[in-house]
Structure formats: structure tokens, C-alpha cells
Design a protein around this ligand. Structure first.
Ligand code: COA
Length: 156
């Protein structure tokens, strides 16, 4: 297990977010991410990063928390492919849970590709349950599974 530093992200982190997206299958455009980061309103959309504790402080992974009324939405979660399976995704989810609870959200929802067994295994550790299926949701026609869990998240 690796203990990263967890902090909010801002516009300065954009290049590193794009670097992680390039090897994580995340297709958000640079413009969308830039606009989100410019808003810098942690009530609406919150970018949370996990940083290496070495001097260069490079970004190892990040998560994006959005809001839909009393629900939180986990809009993105990605870890640098060279740093997976050492607990960084877990720690980012714990930070998302803390933020969402602080913002008075009662439940966290997400969408995940049906084929993404690694991410689904991670979410099940955090008590997420399948709530629905959105057929053909992704551009290649793949179904999305909608999962939800009560906040604060509990590790099973
Ligand atoms: C999914 C993702 C964020 C997981 O991050 P991570 O830092 O590797 O996750 P962790 O190390 O905290 O994993 C915790 C547990 O989740 C499960 N898990 C995580 N990745 C897994 C995988 N690829 N296969 C099977 N189980 C996995 C395991 O039980 C793991 O515990 P273990 O390593 O002791 O067996 C990472 O693989 C990733 O960035 N993938 C590409 C982007 C993506 O698919 N994001 C999710 C979109 S909804």
C-alpha cells in the first residue's frame, strides 16, 4: 500500500490529469476539464488528486465529485497505470466520501462500463450496489451499470 498526499486540484494540474486520462480510457475533452477546473467551486464539482510524496509531487490519480441535488456523483476516477493495485483508488474514494459527506450529500452514485471488472470490484469493496442498467450508454454501444452507496462510504 502507498500513502499519497490528497489535495484539491486546480488549473495547474491540467497537464497531469490529461496524462493520466491518456492511459485510462477517459475521453473527456481538455476544454471541459479546463472549464471545470476554472470554476473552482467545490460545491458543484470537486477534483481531488493523489500525489506522490516525493519532491516532484507528481499526480498519481484523481477523482471527480459532482452533485445532483442531495446525491453525489462520482464522475471520474483514474489512477496512473504504473501505480495501480497499491491502494490509490481506495484512498481517492475515501477522500471523495469525506468531501461528499461534508457537503451534506447522503448517497453517492456512479456509472461504470459493464466490462470494467476491476473498477466494479473496487466499488463493491465500498458497499456500492447495482441499481440500474443504462443500455448502450457508451459511444461503442456498451451498457453502463449504475451503482449507488450510502454516505459516508463503508469498506466491506
Ligand atoms: C479502477 C482503478 C481506479 C482502480 O485504482 P487502483 O488504485 O488500482 O485501486 P486499488 O489499488 O485501491 O484497488 C483496491 C481493490 O479494488 C480491486 N481492484 C482494483 N483494480 C482491480 C482490477 N484491475 N482487477 C480486479 N480487482 C481490482 C481489488 O480488490 C483491489 O484490492 P487488491 O489489490 O488488494 O486485490 C484503476 O484501475 C483505473 O484507473 N482504471 C482505469 C480508469 C477506470 O476504469 N476508472 C473507473 C471508471 S468508472
Amino acid at each position: 500500500m502507498y500513502l499519497p498526499e490528497i489535495d484539491f486540484l486546480n488549473l495547474n494540474n491540467l497537464p497531469e490529469i490529461l496524462r493520466i486520462n491518456a492511459n485510462s480510457g477517459c475521453s473527456w475533452s481538455e476544454d471541459i476539464i479546463r472549464e471545470d477546473l476554472k470554476k473552482n467551486s467545490q460545491n458543484e464539482i470537486t477534483y481531488i488528486g493523489a500525489f506522490a510524496t516525493s519532491t516532484e509531487a507528481s499526480l498519481l490519480g484523481y477523482a471527480v465529485l459532482g452533485r445532483e441535488k442531495r446525491f453525489g456523483l462520482l464522475m471520474a476516477l483514474a489512477v496512473d497505470k504504473n501505480f495501480r493495485r497499491i491502494g490509490i483508488g481506495t484512498q481517492l474514494l475515501m477522500a471523495v466520501s469525506d468531501c461528499a459527506t461534508y457537503l451534506n450529500m447522503k448517497r453517492l452514485k456512479l456509472k461504470v462500463r459493464k466490462s470494467n471488472s476491476g473498477a466494479i470490484a473496487l466499488y463493491k469493496h465500498f458497499s456500492f450496489m447495482n441499481e440500474n442498467i443504462r443500455q448502450g450508454y457508451y459511444s461503442n454501444g456498451e451498457d453502463a451499470i449504475i451503482m449507488g452507496a450510502a454516505l459516508p462510504l463503508k469498506v466491506i
